[in-house]
Design a protein around this ligand. Structure first.
Ligand code: FAD
Ligand code: FES
Length: 253
């Protein structure tokens, strides 16, 4: 784990209030895996005090990318960074996706900004397996396709692709695939992951999910990010340290 100043190489506004930052940091770029995250210091004067967690969206040599949406003060602060400025980063943190499973086809399922970790995962899986990506958003403005392959889109308002949610879309398309060869990798809001868990268990499809929750330290000290274990009702796992990626069978969503 490193604490380092990453340098902004480039900033792109992909959609209104959704940004892609290209950051120079050999320490992070050479050591991070898809599904792991970094904690960014999101203030000049330590207010807001806590760092903000972000998935690493992609890696190119000594550069890594972060894709984020402005929600509050922290993300607004990060969005104002200019080329050449420094951003203090802590990472790599957490456990990412399992990159060594035997599935032949990966279905990547994303809700909104949940597509952030999938460019990097797509790159790593590209020469190993077939990849299909399902993305859902409230409207076309929430559907970010950066670095993704074979994309199926849903929007709640029907402004792009299938009208409905991404799990409904997945259910409609699942018979196009050989289920015995599939594995699902998902990232998105908790209600989406909950519906996906039920679907994956019913269909007997292996599934890993990247969970999201408010975090303080980001590396297992503050105990501020518990998630209940599905294997022992008295046991809580930590999203930041044991996750954020879990086999869906191992957690209560
Ligand atoms: C492991 C992990 C990885 C993450 N990766 C990404 C990523 O790659 N890209 C990305 O955009 N975000 C990601 N997030 C979410 C991101 O950390 C938050 O959006 C960010 O912390 C918000 O900080 P803020 O100071 O701007 O907002 P705050 O001041 O903390 O919040 C402002 C308001 O927005 C709401 N809010 C905050 N975050 C979210 C959210 N994610 N969804 C809906 N409402 C929210 C709050 O409840 C509050 O009402 C990730 C979170 C985790 C735990
Ligand atoms: S955020 Fe502190 S233990 Fe997870």
């Amino acid at each position: 784990m490193f604490i380092t100043d990453a340098i902004v190489e480039n900033k792109t506004e992909l959609e209104n209030q959704i940004f892609l930052l290209k950051l120079y940091s050999p320490e992070i770029s050479r050591n991070i895996k898809p599904g792991q995250f970094i904690n960014i210091r999101a203030s000049e004067n330590n207010f807001p005090l806590l760092r903000r967690p972000f998935s690493v969206c992609d890696v190119e040599g000594d550069y890594f990318f972060v894709m984020f949406k402005i929600y509050g003060e922290g993300t607004l602060y990060i969005s104002r960074k200019q080329n050449g400025e420094k951003i203090n980063v802590l990472g790599p943190l957490g456990n990412g996706f399992n990159l060594n499973d035997n599935s032949k086809t990966a279905l990547l399922v994303a809700g909104g900004m949940g597509s952030a970790p999938f460019s990097f995962l797509t790159k790593i899986f590209s020469d190993k397996k077939e990849i299909h990506t399902f993305i859902g958003g409230r409207s076309s403005h929430d559907v970010i396709q950066y670095g993704l392959k074979n994309i199926y889109i849903s929007t709640d308002d029907g402004s792009l692709g299938f009208k409905g949610n991404v799990i409904e879309l997945l259910k409609n398309k699942i018979n196009n695939f050989d289920k015995s060869e599939l594995k699902i990798f998902a990232c998105g809001p908790t209600p989406m992951l909950k519906a996906l868990k039920e679907f994956a268990l019913n269909e007997k499809i292996e599934c890993e999910v990247s969970t999201e929750c408010g975090m303080a330290c980001g590396f297992g000290i503050c105990q501020g990010c518990p998630i209940q274990s599905a294997n022992d009702e008295n046991k809580f796992l930590l999203v930041c340290k044991d996750g954020p990626v879990f086999n869906v069978k191992d957690i209560i969503i």
